[in-house]
Structure formats: C-alpha cells, structure tokens
Design a protein around this ligand. Structure first.
Ligand SMILES: *Cc1c(COP(=O)(O)O)cnc(C)c1O
Length: 378
C-alpha cells in the first residue's frame, strides 16, 4: 500500500465486537483470562493494549520497520532507548540536538557514567576521532533543532555499521512522510509524536522504532520494565492525527517555503535557516535525503535583544509558545525557551545565538501568516 493509504488503514481494522469503523479506546488496565494461561492476547495494559497496538502497527508500516513501541512522551522514547546502554559505554551525539536530549544525556553521564561526546556531525568524518572501543552508538537529529542543520544519515550509518555502532535517529522534525531513516541504514528511530505525527497540540507522546529481532525484543522489554508505555486515550488521539499526516505535511511545507522566502528578502533578517532555500549550505543533501523540506523555519534577526523580544511578542497568529508540528503557527526563542537547558557555552558553540527565533509554521492561510510576520518585524 502507498504511504498515504497506510496512514489511514495500517494497523486498524473494523472492531470485531461491534464493527466500529474507528479503533475503540480500550481504557482498561487489565484483561480477563478465559482460563489459566489463556487470554485474548492482552493481559495488562503496561505490557500491551489493543488501542496502543493499533498505533504501533500503524507506525511500523509508516516507518517501514519491524517493531514500534508507543510511549508517553518523546523524552520517554529517548529514555527508553538510552536504557539499553551500560555504565562505561560512550555515545556520540550531534551538537545541536533537542535541549531535552542534551540535558538527559548529561544527566546520564553524571549518574550512570555513560560518556557523551557532542560533536558537529554535519561533516561525517568528524565522528572518526571520537570512536574508541567503548563507543556504542551515534545519536543523530536531522534536521536539527533549531538551526535546521542536516546530517547525512546514509553516510553516518555506513560508517557506524563498519565500526559496530548503532545509529539512532530522532525523526521528529520531518515525520516518516518526510524522511525514512531505516531506508538510509538507521538501527533505531525515535519520535516525539507530540509534534507532526499527532499534529494537533493536544497530546504528548513518543515512539521507539526498530528493525531487527534483537533490538525489537530489547526495546519492548525495556519499555515494559521501565513503564514508559503510552496510555490508550493518547494512542487513540495520535492514531486519529496520523490519518491527516500527508495533507498536513504538504500544507506545512507550502507555508514554510513562503515564510522562508519572505524572511530571506526582509532587510531586518540576517540569516534564514531552512533546508528548502538554495542558500542553505546543505540544500543538496536535503533534496537527496528528504522527501520534503518540512515546516520549521528559524532565522537570525538583525538587532538588539529588545528588537528580538518585540518580534516574539508582536505576532498575533504566531503564538509565543514552545513545541512544534501543530496545525497552528508558533514562534519561540530557543535561547530562553526550548534550549534554555543547554548551557550558554554549548549553545553558542552550536550557533544558537540570542538573536535566533524559531517558527513552527502552521497550516493557516499563508497570506495571513506573512502579513502577521511582516507587521511584527516592522
Ligand atoms: C519535542 C521533541 C522531543 C521531546 O518530545 P516530548 O514529547 O516533548 O517529550 C525530542 N526530540 C525532538 C526533536 C523534539 O522536537
């Protein structure tokens, strides 16, 4: 089946009890046994739930892999994956990853002696000097948050495979519609389903996906042991959101392109970060690796911090809020909001200055969005 058909049909079938066309919400902690050792496939919701299973089967089809586990948040997905490593292991992570990811990795380093090297992976070869016998994995986020830098997943995973390392990709920014990391050689994919997959800013959720019997079993075991699994109602919401993923992603991208071009030509804007602009240093990689350029646009304002604040509070349609990937447009300040948990030194080394503003471009009418930004920029 095509991707678009799978968004609607994969993993779901009319309900066996009453023929409900939409997947029922099995809001039940436990399931009755028919006899000793005999049940209908589910015994306790932490270990498995029919509504969660429908979402997991759907996600598996969309990412093209053998296993998916739906968890409570994107951070729960990341926590669950990191729990497969051991004290003494080393991980290499892209230097401008999601703020919550770098915070968690640093905590692991302090508490559990899992060493993390944050490095610039835009040049794949930068990885090589950091690999030693303790290195177990490379953590990739592409496009990155908030600067939309890209990492060549195929190159990284080939190099990692040669040296026995796992490649883990956070695919939140493009969703499986926009990018297919498993086809490029990734071993594990994580999602914050809070963002584009759900797409309506009304749930927090996450998912861990894998494509080998060994990792599938390890990750399922870990999620059940940690108790990071998603709730049935949340799974139902995400499943509902996914049905319009393709339509939404097309509109997000159409609007984001219009916004990026508008900002690129605006005299008060120093720099625009959008992989769809020919001026983006990795535009060619974006065309090769991604199906779409996505709905996120960041830019650096020319001006003082007061000017930055005026733009952040001056828009009416773009709401000042963290998060991304919902139908409504958002504006935020990475230095004091999404990336405040990164220390200043690490943040500035990664290029996230105080003048960087990030937009999650929604699916409103693009003329209205441009007018709103134009007014706030003055
Ligand atoms: C939001 C986000 C996360 C964390 O997800 P939550 O659902 O907020 O826990 C992880 N990675 C990326 C790229 C994100 O945007």
């Amino acid at each position: 089946m095509s991707f678009q058909t799978d968004t609607i049909h994969a993993g779901v079938a009319p309900d066996k009890a009453y023929g409900a066309i939409m997947t029922p919400i099995y809001q039940s902690s436990t399931f009755v046994f028919e006899d000793i050792g005999k049940h209908k496939g589910f015994d306790y919701t932490r270990s498995g739930n029919p509504t969660r299973k429908a979402l997991e089967d759907n996600l598996c089809a969309l990412e093209g892999c053998s296993s998916a586990v739906a968890v409570t948040t994107g951070m729960a997905a990341i926590t669950s994956v990191l729990s497969i490593f051991h004290s003494g292991d080393e991980i290499i992570c892209t230097d401008d990853c999601y703020g919550g990811t770098s915070r968690l990795l640093k905590t692991l380093e302090e508490h559990f002696n899992i060493r993390v090297n944050f490095i610039n992976l835009r040049n794949t070869r930068n990885l090589i000097p950091f690999i030693n016998e303790k290195t177990k994995a490379v953590w990739v986020e592409t496009p990155s948050n908030p600067l939309l830098n890209l990492v060549d997943i195929a190159e990284i995973s080939a190099l990692a495979k040669e040296r026995g390392l796992l490649t883990i990709v956070d695919n939140t920014f493009l969703s499986p519609y926009g990018q297919k990391p498993f086809e490029l050689g990734a071993d594990i994919v994580v999602h914050s389903t809070t963002k584009y997959l759900n797409g309506h800013s009304d749930v927090v959720g996450g998912a861990v996906l894998s494509n080998s019997l060994d990792l599938d079993a390890k990750l399922k075991f870990t999620v059940n042991a940690l108790g990071t699994c998603a709730q049935p109602f949340d799974c139902w919401l995400v499943l509902r959101g996914i049905k319009t993923l393709v339509l939404r992603m097309r509109e997000h991208e159409r609007n984001a392109k219009a916004v990026a071009e508008f900002l690129y030509n605006h005299p008060k804007v120093r720099q625009v970060f959008y992989p769809g602009l020919p001026s983006h240093p990795q535009h060619e990689l974006a065309k090769k690796q991604q199906k779409i350029f996505g709905g996120m646009v960041s830019f650096e304002l020319n001006g003082t911090i007061d000017d930055v604040n005026r733009v952040l509070t001056g828009t009416k349609l773009f709401s000042l809020a963290e998060s991304l990937g919902g139908v409504e447009s958002l504006i935020e300040h990475p230095a004091t909001m999404s990336h405040a948990s990164m220390d200043r030194e690490h943040r500035e080394a990664a290029g996230i200055t105080d003048n960087v503003i990030r937009l999650s471009v929604g699916i409103e009418d693009s003329d209205d969005l441009l007018e709103d930004l134009g007014r706030a920029l003055g």
